[in-house]
Write a protein of this length. Structure first.
Length: 461
């Protein structure tokens, strides 16, 4: 009888290594000051453990690097494009496959086609670039998360779900004619990388079909979502992950993907659908802004790597290790009394900075302050998902903080080992004992669109 071991090892061996950015605390303080306390402005060589994002930061496999070498770089009709197209079509079932250089390019093209003033895009939760591209078109992005999503301490299996009754009420009030699209983000990045259940996807699909509203998936982390369905949803424990993923796509009318996540590549994306009217307009914009329709801003080698990565990501040994890694980090932080969104989602751990630093007001950006402290003390870089990212002013100019103050620790795929994560846990343990020393921040200058990327801050007085 085969024994089930508790220790889950990395299901790969390391073939190439890259040195880490070892620095002193004094060097990190200088780096923070030069970056105006914006972690996006820190040079990567000054970062020891980089958990800023899981987007494009993963390690590619030997098979993917082999694909890089055999990529067809023809401008039009490259073999690598057809490999890319066939792989996506087989997985998603959509006929119209449009390559782009990353997910936000697909968003920009799609919402340029279907957005505009007086229109509303509904979702379980839009991520930052999605919201920005919706609003840049003149439309409004409306989120309908389930109530348990905002109860960070109490575990629930599918905190990424949409609140279907609230969504239905909004459709009735606004009118379906003013809602060109419903977006289901899987996993739900803004609310902790939390999964969406198949039951909820079916309920949203039924609602949308009833009102003639197309439903698309923002499927950057579709494989992680599918694996969490396998683990947590009744009736799916014995189902292969690929079949779960295919069922998810069958419920949708289209999808877009930043392939820099679950396609395990450093660049790439796609927009996929069956609506030929939309896809025809999208391809015109593609040629104008990204490139010809069979490369869409990507080199042939990148198209080849995406096709291979979409197969590799559905390996259940890899997904088991991936999900367990996030759980391990979350468990370690909880042991030190660090509050997180519980349970951890698929691609990382989200620290509840509002609860960890209650004395710092939202106007002084507690999650950003915690991120800067984490970098200063340990050389670890995370990203703020809070008032710096989502705060805004109402029409009268009143400051509206974000409803949550989170520090996301996004884990690159196949990059860090358990000892790296143990180090992150240790640094958080020190911060938990010394959190009174963490000071808030204030804005020096910031743009109106996506301010968190380029804002300049300083320690609050």
């Amino acid at each position: 009888m085969e024994h089930e071991w508790k220790t889950i090892i990395e299901p790969f061996k390391i073939k190439s290594v890259e040195p880490l950015g070892l620095t002193t605390r004094a060097e990190r303080l200088e780096a923070l000051e030069r970056a105006h306390y914006n972690l996006f402005n820190i040079k990567a060589e000054k970062v020891l453990i980089d958990l800023l994002t899981d987007s494009g930061t993963g390690a590619m496999s030997a098979a993917q690097w082999g694909g890089i070498m055999t990529g067809d770089e023809s401008y039009a009709g490259a073999r690598s494009y057809y490999n890319f197209e066939n792989e996506i079509r087989a997985l998603t079932g959509f006929d119209e496959i449009i390559p782009v250089h990353q997910g936000r390019a697909a968003e920009k093209i799609l919402f340029s086609v279907i957005g505009g003033k007086g229109r509303y895009i509904i979702s379980n939760s839009h991520f930052d670039t999605t919201r920005a591209n919706v609003e840049f078109s003149g439309a409004e992005a409306m989120d309908f998360p389930v109530k348990e999503a905002l109860d960070f301490d109490k575990p629930a299996p599918f905190k990424g779900n949409a609140d279907v009754p609230a969504m239905a009420k909004f459709i009735k009030e606004i009118g379906a004619a003013n809602i060109p699209l419903c977006v289901m983000t899987v996993t739900n990045n803004s609310l902790g990388g939390q999964p969406v259940s198949m039951e909820n996807l079916k309920a949203v699909q039924n609602l949308c079909r009833k009102h003639g509203i197309p439903m698309f998936l923002d499927c950057a982390r579709f494989a992680e979502n599918a694996y969490l369905i396998k683990l947590r949803e009744k009736g799916y424990a014995q189902c292969p992950v690929r079949e779960i993923a295919e069922e998810m796509f069958e419920l949708a009318d289209g999808a877009w993907m930043s392939c820099k996540k679950d396609a395990l590549v450093n660049i790439g994306g796609f927009l996929a659908m069956n609506n030929r009217e939309w896809s025809g307009k999208a391809r015109q914009l593609l040629i104008l802004t990204e490139g010809f329709s069979t490369y869409g801003g990507l080199a042939g080698r990148d198209l080849e790597a995406v096709a291979i990565g979409l197969r590799e990501v559905l390996d259940e040994n890899y997904l088991r290790y991936r999900i367990r890694s996030a759980q391990y980090l979350g468990e370690g932080l909880l042991k030190h009394g660090v509050p997180i969104i519980n349970p951890p989602g698929g691609h990382g751990v989200y620290v509840n900075a509002k609860k960890f630093l209650p004395r710092i007001s939202p106007s002084n950006f507690p999650a950003q302050a915690l991120g800067c402290a984490l970098y200063l003390e340990g050389g670890i870089r995370g990203v703020e998902i809070g008032t710096l990212m989502f705060g805004r002013r109402d029409p009268k100019g009143a400051f509206l903080p974000a409803p949550m103050e989170l520090l996301r620790l996004a884990m690159p795929r196949r990059v860090y080992t358990q000892s790296h994560i143990d180090y992150v846990i240790e640094v958080f343990g020190w911060l938990a004992k010394n959190k009174e020393s963490i000071k808030g921040l204030e804005i020096v200058e910031a743009p109106a669109i996506l301010p968190h990327f380029t804002a300049k801050l300083k320690p609050a007085k």
